[in-house]
Design a protein around this ligand. Structure first.
Ligand SMILES: [Zn+2]
Ligand SMILES: [Zn+2]
Length: 224
């Protein structure tokens, strides 16, 4: 089990801890962290959903920045767009001796907090581990991204950061969509997806161009 999070990047099966309600649950491809014109993103929400729909995604979380997102900004966004399940989330700004980002997603009864893009704070790994612990004292944390704008940041894909690891685009443009995503084997239901991520059942996946060769010894092995 010790290398589960790391192995997830190499296309290993989801962990045994994930409950499977039936034999033939679908594998769902999802974007956990995106930006739209509701904050500093280029695309309107519907345009963003159209892009992910064409890329074959099953679910997309809209996670615009809390300091720019108007309260009713997502009111006209459908809960499902061309069979793409939509999470209306937010990227929170959290202070822990500096500002950090935590993306928050809600299901019907489940919620998920993800520590976002640890490479983007220009801090060494041990400092990031300290800040994650400080934030964990303020709010529940359920997952940690091991990507920055859709590119793999292997230095944070380590057991010393004891959370399920996830990958995301954190896209702000059309071109930024589809570099990194997760895959989950569960029912297409918001709560089921969030529970699967919390249980460590998300496979972090990268398009090959999103690998950083300096970190990757096995550049072939991507899922999706
Ligand atoms: Zn951010
Ligand atoms: Zn972001």
């Amino acid at each position: 089990m010790e290398n589960d999070e790391h192995d997830a990047f190499y296309g290993c099966p989801v962990g045994e801890t994930v409950s499977r309600p039936s034999q033939n649950v679908p594998t769902l491809k999802g974007a956990l962290h995106t930006h739209t014109s509701c904050s500093d993103g280029e695309l309107k929400p519907q345009e963003l959903l159209e892009v992910y729909h064409r890329l074959g995604f099953d679910f997309v979380a809209l996670t615009d920045h809390d300091f720019l997102l108007q309260p009713a900004a997502y009111d006209n966004v459908p809960d499902e767009f061309e069979k793409v399940l939509v999470f209306k989330g937010v990227e929170k700004t959290v202070f822990a001796r500096g500002y950090f980002h935590v993306t928050e997603l809600h299901g019907d009864s489940e919620m998920l907090n993800m520590f976002a893009h640890p490479a983007d704070y220009n801090l060494p790994v041990d400092r990031i581990i300290e800040r994650i612990q400080e934030i964990q004292a303020m709010m529940p944390l359920h997952a940690v991204e091991v990507t920055s704008k859709g590119f793999y940041t292997a230095e944070f894909d380590i057991d010393q950061i004891p959370y399920p690891k996830v990958a995301s685009d954190d896209c702000h443009t059309r071109e930024g969509c589809g570099r990194a995503w997760i895959e989950v084997a569960c029912e297409k239901d918001r709560d089921a997806i969030l529970r699967t991520i919390k249980a460590g059942g998300a496979r972090a996946c990268l398009r090959s161009a999103a690998h950083q060769p300096a970190f990757m010894e096995n550049g072939e092995a991507i899922c999706g």
